[in-house]
Design a protein around this ligand. Structure first.
Ligand code: AMP
Length: 116
């Protein structure tokens, strides 16, 4: 059984966060340490620790994460210029919080996909 992270507290609104969207499946909030003018995290409301733990029963929430990303990109005014969606997995992926999250990053040119 995966351990809850700080993101569960954000979902339950037990700690402050700049929440942009929440419904029965997902929550989206601004990253506390933004790497670009728009840096938003979109997460499932139920705990999935890593992408490796995703199951078919998670597909509704994962699909909702994509539609919410597109909606927020539009609202942030970055849809036309473009942006990047990132999901980090485990150590080599640079994952720090073990509750899967999609980074929506944009508002400036982001360069190539990987910094080397
Ligand atoms: P990752 O390295 O993919 O696991 O990304 C974790 C992200 O969560 C980082 O970009 C952090 O800045 C962000 N983060 C950690 N704690 C919080 C928090 N309390 N509120 C908003 N973002 C957070």
């Amino acid at each position: 059984m995966a351990e809850e992270t700080i993101f569960s507290k954000i979902i339950r609104r037990e700690i402050p966060a700049d929440i942009l969207f929440q419904d029965d499946l997902v929550t989206a909030f601004r990253d506390i340490n933004p790497l670009a003018p728009s840096h938003i995290l979109i997460i499932p409301n139920h705990l999935i620790a890593t992408v490796n733990d995703v199951k078919a029963s998670d597909e509704r929430a994962l699909g909702r994460m994509m539609t919410v990303a597109a909606k927020i990109a539009e609202e942030e005014g970055i849809a036309n210029d473009g942006y990047r969606l990132i999901m980090n997995c485990n150590k080599h992926g640079g994952q720090e919080v073990y509750h899967i999250h999609m980074h929506l990053v944009g508002g400036r040119p982001l360069g190539r996909i990987l910094a080397t």
